[in-house]
Design a binder for this molecule. Structure first.
Ligand SMILES: Nc1nc2c(ncn2[C@@H]2O[C@H](COP(=O)(O)O)[C@@H](O)[C@H]2O)c(=O)[nH]1
Ligand SMILES: [Mn+2]
Ligand SMILES: [Mn+2]
Length: 474
């Protein structure tokens, strides 16, 4: 065993974790809790890991509620790294009789959306500057028009994209032309879960359902940090039959969108963190991790409804980010279609085998399902297909995963040269200069071993590779 790995295992043991590693899969448990199910992490030996992420995962597996319910299994994907709110990114949690709002967090239904367009890179680059200026207007300067009626907004929060479409087809309100809405209708089946979870507008900020026209709750905005909209080229196709069926061909332009539920997710996530604390049985000690499950049946179903409400909002947020892009393509390049390949959430709780599966930064990877795995703004991204691997809880990584913190990259004295940050040739469009540094390719793990380890484990298969041309970061 490598000395570095030995050191890590010894350090984890000193911190109270029981850890084994077979060169592929870690098994982690709190020494103090032999009854908790061991959490598994799929991680090749050459990828960086932080002890803190193992701590967070072991605590997640050891969660219990005094009134009952249980954690059945915990698994983590190879993009696994520590999370800011106590739950490691890449965690997948299978429970029965309880749900854990913190295991999804506040960016409910953060997810990836992929479109392709029959436009050559040369034609696109010839008008790159005009494209960038228009998209900056849409994404950064709020010149967009995404107002919608409170009726449409209420329908969205309750019935997702199909509900929103039904209302909007009657009264488009400038956010999409009637012809575009027909296309959106045809594309609903390429949104995970058909773009709908059963929500309830009462859980959303009040301004969204008040009579009149809703103008802003972060709708059609990318959001900060590692969220992005990226123009890519379909570099290579590995599975030609499947790519063909999904409308993907080598040489096409692609558009990848990474964003979530903006103000609505925050509203729901923060409110339920508070509720979980208030609902914790009096006198019972709080878990060391500070992560609180809900076990009361009514609270569980109310939380899931609130989460669904925010998830519906996120589906529309990504859809509108894509609509602004398609509109701009048409303005600049004529009748270019940019059909949807797939839209998939990676922060969400869904029913699973009589219980619940909460993913925080993990992509659903059921058999035959498209899986989107971005690398970084300087690395390859992947379109994969899921294999439905039960051991991996039908989940794949949702990216490469952070290897270095924003702080370590941006701190005074850090080498911020293009070469050190991997920024050579990267076209990053942002109003904040610090984003280029914080989000540089060097911030992320190498994507190849992340993807290969999952192919070898039978979790996903490769369909196509996408290389970045330019990336919008807010
Ligand atoms: N293709 C790009 N991928 C990127 C970029 N910035 C981040 N990333 C990848 O996305 C995931 C997102 O992680 P999340 O935890 O915020 O959901 C991350 O692990 C990176 O691999 C980018 O600009 N382009
Ligand atoms: Mn997010
Ligand atoms: Mn995300």
């Amino acid at each position: 065993m490598q000395p570095k790995l030995n050191r890590l295992l010894r350090a984890l043991a000193r911190e109270g974790l029981e850890v084994t590693y077979d060169g592929r899969l870690y098994s982690v448990r709190l020494q103090a809790d032999a009854n908790a199910p061991p959490a598994e992490v799929l991680l090749p030996p050459d990828l960086p890991v932080e002890g803190k992420a193992f701590q967070q995962l072991a605590h997640l597996a050891a969660l219990r509620h005094p009134s009952g319910g249980e954690v059945l299994r915990v698994r983590a994907t190879p993009d696994f790294h520590p999370g800011d709110s106590g739950v490691a990114i890449g965690s997948v949690l299978h429970t029965r009789g309880l749900v854990v709002p913190g295991a999804v967090g506040t960016d409910i239904n953060c997810g990836m959306r992929l479109h392709v367009a029959d436009l050559s890179v040369d034609d696109f680059l010839a008008r790159r500057d005009a494209f960038v200026e228009r998209m900056k207007g849409h994404y950064f300067f709020g010149t967009r028009d995404v107002a919608m009626s409170s009726r449409a907004s209420t329908a969205l929060l309750r019935d997702g994209i199909p509900g929103w479409l039904l209302e909007t087809l009657d009264a488009p309100l400038g956010c999409a032309r009637a012809a575009d809405l027909k296309q959106l209708d045809a594309e609903v089946e390429r949104i995970h879960l058909g773009g709908v979870l059963r929500g309830n507008p009462d859980w959303a900020p009040e301004a969204l359902t008040r009579e009149g026209v809703v103008r802003d709750a972060g709708l059609a905005t990318i959001g900060g940090g590692n969220h992005f909209v990226e123009v890519q080229r379909v570099e290579a196709v590995e599975d030609r039959a499947r790519a063909w069926a999904w409308g993907v061909r080598e040489g096409q332009l692609a558009f990848m969108i990474h964003s979530g539920s903006r103000d609505v997710g925050k509203h729901v996530g923060v409110a339920w963190k508070d509720r979980a604390r208030k609902a914790w049985p009096q006198g019972a000690p709080f878990p060391d991790s500070g992560i609180l499950p809900l076990a009361d049946e009514t609270l569980v179903s109310q939380y899931l409804e609130a989460e669904a409400t925010a998830a519906n909002y996120a589906f529309l947020n990504r859809l509108l980010l894509a609509e602004l892009l398609r509109q701009t393509l048409r303005e600049l390049f004529g009748d270019v279609e940019a059909p949807l390949v797939y839209d998939v959430p990676h922060n969400i709780t869904l029913p699973h085998e009589g219980g619940f599966l909460a993913r925080k930064g993990a992509c659903p990877a059921a058999a035959e399902q498209p899986v989107i795995i971005p690398g970084s703004m300087g690395a390859t991204s992947f379109l994969m297909v899921g294999c439905g691997d039960a051991r991996a809880l039908e989940s794949a990584s949702h990216g490469a995963g952070r290897a270095r913190s924003r702080f370590s990259l941006a701190r005074a004295g850090a080498d911020q040269s293009e070469a050190a940050l991997g920024l050579k040739g990267v076209d990053c469009i942002s109003l904040r200069e610090e984003r280029r540094v914080e989000e540089a390719p060097a911030a992320y793990k190498p994507i190849r071993p992340v993807v290969d380890s999952q192919v070898e484990a039978g979790i996903v298969r490769e369909v196509a590779r996408l290389s970045p041309l330019l990336t919008f970061k807010a």
